[in-house]
Ligand binder design. Structure first.
Ligand code: FES
Ligand code: FE
Length: 422
């Protein structure tokens, strides 16, 4: 079916009769498309900012770019998490130049205007230079609407966004629950973010992060290494992909490798077995056998439209992905862990995160290299479309199918054409 679009050219060709799904490669390369994405997607959606554990106590803050805009996520002295524009209301300088820290106030380095960690302008040097109409209350830091779901903090730049965060997350809440349920006392980001990037369009990395089809092909080296440790079961099918609504999607896989949470395999060594099995038993007590299995053993990749990926496999990796230009993206990568984790198990987790999902791990450099390779391949415009139709012929797509990526693209297409999203 050829859908009639009210605005602009068609880029996504979603043909349910011929079971074909194609994306015009201009979506990855065109500067006009990249500009429109900023106003139609990143200025409108709820965007992932960070995890509440990154601002653990009153006065703690992180400063980062979200959807191309510098923001500060700060926990005020009153304990409330707020998201502010990191731009001085005076003339625009960044009021916070450190990536993270602890502050009762933020002082803009340009003329020393000072803001409390709750965003109010509290001090102006040489205040008698202003007329009687100048009121400090009019010059607080601009605050963005923000909200938290199970520790994950999101903000939207659209004051008219009609969905609450929970409504916006749609079916993805089920997966955030499976992640946050991994600790009774809460999850925390392990200190230190890895900031990296790729010379490729941001959407390539969003697709890649839910693409299980490539695993054994692209990551041969890693698979070979895991096999040499006896940690990868023989190739088998199983698991399923899901569209979670409003552009979100997930893949669930049977356990493929050890998980530092509550799933022991010989890869860990005998000495860890009693502790990991005791943790596993506690999950069964709390949640029953079936949900405990899903929380502790099942691997999952979760895509939350437009900028968040959580890969909950051999460690939990959170990737925030931001477009820089049509051919360039920025990636912020952190690891999430149960707050009450055994210190030895925490070391195993850190090693899994760093050696697999981190930017210098076994897998991510392969992924960066291949998305950059796709971007280069698009330079030859003789090949106009990419194909994402795998699994369209199935009632229940498997993990190696491209259903979550299609869900992403369908929402992308609706927003880019100004349609009221479903
Ligand atoms: Fe910030 Fe002047 S720009 S105080
Ligand atoms: Fe990969």
């Amino acid at each position: 079916i050829e859908l009639q679009r009210p605005v602009g050219d068609r880029i996504v060709f979603d043909d349910l009769e011929r079971l074909s799904f194609r994306v015009d490669r201009r979506a990855y390369t065109d500067d006009d498309v990249a500009t429109q994405e900023m106003t139609r997607i990143f200025d409108k959606c709820w965007l992932y900012v960070g995890h509440e554990s990154e601002v653990p106590g009153p006065g703690s803050y992180v400063a980062r770019d979200v959807g191309g805009r510098p923001v500060v996520m700060a926990r005020g002295s009153d304990g409330v998490i707020r998201v502010f524009a990191n731009s001085c209301p005076h003339r625009g300088a960044l009021v916070c130049s450190q990536p993270a820290g602890q502050a009762r106030s933020f002082r803009c380095p340009y003329h020393d205007w000072t803001f409390s960690n709750q965003g109010e302008l509290v001090g102006v040097p040489i205040p008698d230079g202003y007329g009687p109409g100048f009121r400090k209350a009019d010059f607080g830091l601009a605050r963005h609407r923000s909200d938290t779901y199970r520790g994950f903090v999101f903000a939207t730049f659209d004051p008219a966004q009609r969905r609450t965060l929970t409504e916006y997350l749609a079916g993805a809440t089920e997966y955030l629950d499976l992640i946050d349920d991994q600790s009774e006392v809460g999850m925390e980001v392990i200190q230190g973010a890895q900031l990296h990037g790729a010379r490729a369009n941001w959407k390539l990395m969003m697709e890649n992060s839910v693409d299980i089809y490539h695993f054994r092909a692209l990551h041969k080296r890693y698979v070979g290494y895991m096999e040499s440790l006896g940690s990868v079961p023989p190739r088998r099918r199983g698991g399923f992909g899901r569209a979670l609504g409003l552009g979100h999607g997930a893949n669930e896989l049977p356990p493929a490798a050890a998980r530092p949470l509550a799933y022991w395999t010989p890869m860990f060594g005998e000495e860890y077995r009693p502790r990991i099995e005791a943790t596993a038993a506690r999950f069964v007590d709390r949640f029953g056998a079936e949900r405990a299995e899903r929380i502790t053993r099942t691997n999952r990749a979760l895509l939350i439209f437009p900028n968040l990926m959580i890969i909950d496999a051999i460690a939990i990796t959170i990737r925030k992905i931001d477009p820089v230009s049509a051919g360039q993206m920025a990636i912020t990568s952190v690891a999430l862990a149960p707050r009450d984790e055994d210190p030895d198990i925490r070391e195993l987790r850190k090693s899994h995160y760093l050696t697999f999902m981190g930017p210098a791990g076994f897998a991510t450099p392969d992924d960066i290299e291949i998305v950059e390779s796709c971007q280069r391949g698009y330079l030859n415009r003789a090949v106009r479309y990419s194909d994402l139709s795998r699994g369209m012929n199935k009632e229940v797509p498997e993990t190696t199918d491209e259903l979550p990526a299609r869900e992403f693209w369908r929402q992308w297409d609706r927003l880019m054409h100004g349609e009221q999203p479903r």
